[in-house]
Design a protein around this ligand. Structure first.
Ligand SMILES: [Fe+2]
Ligand SMILES: [Fe+2]
Length: 305
């Protein structure tokens, strides 16, 4: 019961914020003819914001320290990035949620009771419904964009990318609801998923930097190539155990996380010229922090917060 509650809340704390921000990125990317989709994205953004607020309200003392300190829930840049993104897009963002997340404390997992179990089950069912709807919306938008009937400032690959992230969220909560816990995932499958995500972030960053930012473009391109190589190497492995590959991936991802953190700082300080929303920079940084936690199950809490 404790595992179910803890794993569910930890998953929501990371992914519900991710979904809320995907909705915002979609909403911010449309021109006036895309008003219909802009309004739909806005509806999901509000729903996720409300959902995340309720998750945070029940999470104090219910989640593990390594998740809270990983920098996957919030980072030192999140509040500033939200303020700036809200000002730049005109979309309101409830920063009280972010403040409450910074105040969350880890638990000793003795508070399990039937009431909490019921509450978490309700949250899980609600998340499954919401994420299902959001996946449909993202797929509809991608179809329209691919057939040149709709324009958005978001790359088609970014829309495909955020569909994959939403599907992983769905699969995780669905597994928790079906079996009460998360099975130990095949390392190779997990790394293949997140290496591809990391590679695509580098491609987005490379393409959204101002052409004058030659050095940063070169560095982003280098990361895209490195992850491409890691993906090719991992594909050749025929077992689930990675060891040497995982070590290489970990080293690469630590460097990459530092690059993203410096990038987020540069963008929020207006020192980098780009088309990257400050919250998008912080968003990809949090996803790298999440991946780092998955790569280091016994993490030492030196990151993020
Ligand atoms: Fe994302
Ligand atoms: Fe991503």
């Amino acid at each position: 019961m404790t595992d179910y509650i803890k794993a569910s809340l930890e998953t929501h704390l990371f992914f519900a914020r991710i979904m809320k921000e995907h909705s915002l990125f979609l909403q911010a990317g449309f021109m006036p003819p895309g008003e219909f989709y802009k309004r739909k994205a806005d509806w999901y953004r509000r729903k996720w914001e409300d959902f995340l607020r309720r998750v945070v309200n029940v999470s104090n003392g219910m989640v593990a320290e390594d998740v809270l300190c990983s920098g996957e829930i919030v980072t030192e840049f999140t509040e500033k990035a939200e303020r700036q993104t809200s000002r730049l897009t005109g979309i309101s963002i409830d920063s009280a949620i972010t403040e409450a997340e910074h105040r969350l404390r880890a638990g000793c997992f003795r508070q399990e009771n039937a009431q909490m179990m019921h509450r978490v089950r309700q949250l899980n069912d609600e998340a499954l419904q919401l994420v299902c709807g959001l996946i449909e919306l993202k797929e509809e938008i991608l179809k329209e964009v691919d057939s040149c009937r709709l324009f958005t400032a978001n790359y088609p690959l970014l829309i495909e990318h955020i569909i994959r992230e939403a599907k992983l969220y769905y699969a995780t909560i669905d597994e928790l609801n079906q079996s009460g816990e998360l099975s130990k995932q095949c390392q190779k499958t997990m790394e293949a998923f997140w290496d591809r995500i990391m590679m695509e972030h580098a491609l987005f960053i490379r393409g959204l930097l101002d052409p004058s930012e030659e050095k940063l473009i070169e560095t982003a391109d280098g990361f895209a190539k490195d992850y491409k190589k890691l993906l090719e190497l991992a594909r050749k492995k025929d077992s689930c155990t990675m060891d040497e590959m995982t070590r290489k991936t970990l080293e690469e991802t630590i460097k990459y996380r530092d690059f993203k953190a410096a990038g987020t700082e540069g963008i929020t300080d207006c020192k980098i010229s780009s088309l990257i929303l400050p919250l998008l920079a912080d968003h990809v940084l949090r996803e790298a922090n999440h991946y780092l936690r998955l790569l280091t199950p016994e993490s030492d809490c030196t990151r993020g917060r």
